[in-house]
Design a protein around this ligand. Structure first.
Ligand code: ZN
Ligand code: ZN
Length: 109
């Protein structure tokens, strides 16, 4: 008598749990997670784009360790203005990669 009563209950509960998780909540959860991830990615991309825009706008000043001034960086090859990248730059004179040097004393920044 115990087994027939227990088995249907267990099956029903398992089926409910499965159907709730897979059929009803599944798509909703997927959409919610997708929307959150999408929004987060969008925000991140926007933030990076904004930072790059700001970085490109203002001329970056560096503190020179040798002469102690806040100076603009110039290329080590032609001492011309550089398009600055991370830890290096592009010489606006010869359009090649160059190192950043101090505008005043021409030593590496
Ligand atoms: Zn200097
Ligand atoms: Zn150059």
């Amino acid at each position: 008598m115990l087994a027939p009563i227990h088995n249907p209950e267990g099956e029903v509960e398992i089926r409910r749990g499965k159907s709730d998780g897979v059929v009803d909540l599944g798509p909703l959860t997927c959409w919610a997670v997708g929307a959150v991830i999408g929004a987060a990615l969008l925000a991140l991309v926007a933030l990076i784009a904004y930072q790059r825009y700001i970085m490109g706008k203002k001329p970056t000043q560096h503190l020179c360790n040798y002469c102690g001034h806040m100076v603009a960086a110039v290329s080590d090859c032609h001492h011309a203005p550089v398009k600055e990248r991370f830890l290096h730059g592009t010489c606006t004179d010869c359009k090649k990669d160059c190192r950043l040097v101090c505008q005043r004393c021409k030593r590496p920044l």
